[in-house]
Design a protein around this ligand. Structure first.
Ligand code: C2E
Ligand code: MG
Ligand code: MG
Ligand code: MG
Length: 274
């Protein structure tokens, strides 16, 4: 009976909330099935040197090829994957795939992989071991691997995250602060955490290239003062490119140079573990 009464409450929010909840449940079931069915793929986006525009590496970006809905972007399923506890096996697969693909192409430079905040606080798996085994299994040299983290990771258990970052760096991999310029983007992050690179968020690049290029320059000066490399994200136009060249960026990513795309040898994820 309590269940019935509980249900009754939903009527207050109908119909939007009911539809949203049904959609979420469907997505959850499908997401758990997706891994087993091998529906995940990795797309790779080139990272180029500035101003030469030579490819110096790639970023691995997860995609879900849904049988009916087509290609689903990570922003639409990663938060849910984190919530329902399937992000870890998915992330481990991404890491293993990306390292293996990069190891097969020794001349291709760096491979960047995004990490979830959940991986830093997990009691189920040890991130440092996961990274070490992806390196070991693929034979990729650690200096070719860069791990990207966002502010969400830093907002959690600071001491724990700091210790994990140092342990990861001890493996020989590098660490990038992703999406800088969104959220708090505290300067204190740059002081406290051992980043090798800062990636300036696309929204920042777009607005500043148009309205206030001196701030784009100030950001590269700031990163350099912290001995960090700096990458401009989301460069779409020649005007934006000119602004980042003039502002001292040494690397860039964006549709102007190349969109994320699949590549040969992407084995589907098959795992009964989810
Ligand atoms: P991100 O790491 O900041 O990745 C950059 C995002 O910007 C990608 O979106 C990319 O497709 C998009 N992008 C690149 N250049 C341009 C441009 O010139 N213009 C525009 N408008 N967009 C551009 P995507 O692939 O949809 O990924 C979104 C976010 O999902 C990523 O942001 C990352 O935070 C997360 N993500 C992707 N793959 C993974 C993964 O394997 N694990 C985890 N935990 N997160 C992932
Ligand atoms: Mg990233
Ligand atoms: Mg980013
Ligand atoms: Mg992002």
């Amino acid at each position: 009976r309590t269940k019935e009464e509980g249900r009754g409450h939903y009527r207050l929010f109908e119909p939007e909330m009911k539809v949203a909840m049904q959609h979420r449940r469907t997505l959850e079931v499908e997401l758990r099935r997706a891994a087993v069915a091998g529906e995940f793929e990795i797309f790779y986006q080139p990272v180029v040197s500035v101003p030469e525009r030579e490819v110096v590496g790639h970023e691995a970006l997860l995609r879900w090829r849904h049988p009916e809905r087509g290609l689903v972007a990570p922003d639409r399923f990663i938060p849910l994957a984190e919530e329902i506890g399937v992000i870890e096996p998915i992330s481990e697969w991404v890491l293993a795939q990306a390292c293996t693909a990069a190891a097969r192409h020794p001349g291709e430079g760096r491979i960047a992989v995004n990490l979830s905040a959940v991986q830093f606080t997990s009691r189920r798996s040890d991130l440092v071991k996961v990274v070490a085994s992806a390196l070991g299994a693929s034979g990729l040299s650690p200096e070719r691997l860069e791990l990207e983290i966002t502010e969400t990771t830093l907002l959690r258990d600071t001491e724990g995250v700091l210790a994990t970052l140092h342990a990861l760096k001890a493996l020989g991999v590098s660490i990038a602060m992703d999406d800088f310029g969104t959220g708090y983007s505290s300067l204190d992050y740059l002081r406290r955490f051992p980043f090798d690179r800062v990636k300036v968020d696309r929204s920042f690049i777009h607005k500043l290239a148009r309205d206030n290029p001196p701030v784009l320059r100030a950001l590269t000066d700031l990163c350099r003062a912290f001995s960090m490399h700096v990458t401009a994200e989301g460069v779409e136009t020649e005007e934006q490119f000119a602004a980042i060249v003039a502002s001292g960026y040494t690397e860039a990513q964006g549709f102007l140079f190349g969109r994320p795309a699949p590549r040969e040898g992407n084995a589907p994820l098959r795992s009964g573990r989810l």
